[in-house]
Design a protein around this ligand. Sequence first.
Ligand SMILES: Cc1ncc(COP(=O)(O)O)c(C=O)c1O
Length: 318
Amino acid sequence: MVANELFMNGEFVPAEHGMISVHTHGFAYGTGCFEGIRGYWNEQDQQIYLFRIREHFERLLRSCKVLQISLPYTVDQLIDISIELVRRNDHRGDIYIKPIAYKADLSIGVRLHGLSDDFLITSQPMGNYIDITGLHCCVSSWRRIDDNAIPARAKICGAYVNSALAKSEAIQNGFDEAIMLTHEGHVSEGSAANIFLLLNGELLTPAPTENILLGVTRDTLMELARRELGRTTRERQVNRTELYAADEIFLCGTGVQIAPVVRVDHRPVADGTIGPISRTIQETYFDVVRGRRPGYRTQWCTPVYAEIPASEHSEVAN
Ligand SMILES: Cc1ncc(COP(=O)(O)O)c(C=O)c1O
C-alpha cells in the first residue's frame, strides 16, 4: 500500500498536502539532512520492527548540529512520532521511514545561520534497494566528499550529489555499484553503503576518518561479527588494490542491507562467488532485523503495533 499520511510542521497531514515552496532553502541549496530507517515485517508476530531507530535519530541530531538546524524534538519524541505515523498508514510489510530536517526559509542567500528550520517524516513500503545476490563494482572516478568540504559523517541532502554522480557513472558503465576512494586514494565507501573486506582471514572496514558515513549497519555488523563469529573488525585505511586481493567483500547499509560483492573492476573477488562469511553475516542480519533473534530484538528492534502474546503466535501463523 502507498502511505497516505506524513508528518510535517508538527502535525500529521494527508500525503498530498506534504508540499514545500519552490523557494525553500533546503531545496535550492541542499541544506537539509535526513535519515533512512527500515521497518521489517514479521509475519509470525504480525509486527513491524523498526531497526535501531534510536541510533538513526541520534545521528540525525548530530547531522542537524553540523547544519545548525534546531529540531524541537527529543530522540524519544521522534521515535514516538514515527511509530504513530506507521500506525496511521497501517503498513503491513517492509517499510522505509525517511525523516528530513531542513532549512525552510524562502530567502535567497547561501548560509546556515539565521534561517528557519522545518522537519518532516514520511513512510513508504520498500523491498530490496539493490541486488543482494552478488554485485560487480567499479572503483569510481568520483572521489568521496571530504570532511572539510561536506562532512560525510553527517547525512546531508546536498552531499548525495556525490553519491549520485558515482552511482550513475557505475551503472552507465555497466557495473552494479560504485566504490569511492578518498582524495588520498584510500577506500572510503559505496555510493550509499559502507564496505567490509575479508583479507588474509581478517575482517576490515575503512576507519571513521576515511570520509565515511558512520553507518548504523556497519556498527551492527561489527557487533554481530564479534558476538556471532568471534571476529573483531579492524578499522583502518584500506588501499584500492586490497579490493583486488580480498577473499570476500560486502557492502552494508539500511537501504542496501547486506550486499556481497563478487567482482571489482572486472576482477573476481576470490572465485567470484559469495563467500561463507558474507553469507553468514547476511543470514544473521536478516534474522536479527526481522526480530527473529529475541536477544537482539530486545536490544535493537522497536515494535510498532501492540505485541501479540507468544501463546497466540501459532494461531496467527496458521
Ligand atoms: C553514504 C552512505 N554511507 C553509508 C550508509 C550506511 O548507513 P546506515 O547503515 O546507517 O544506513 C548510507 C546509508 O544510508 C549512506 O548513504
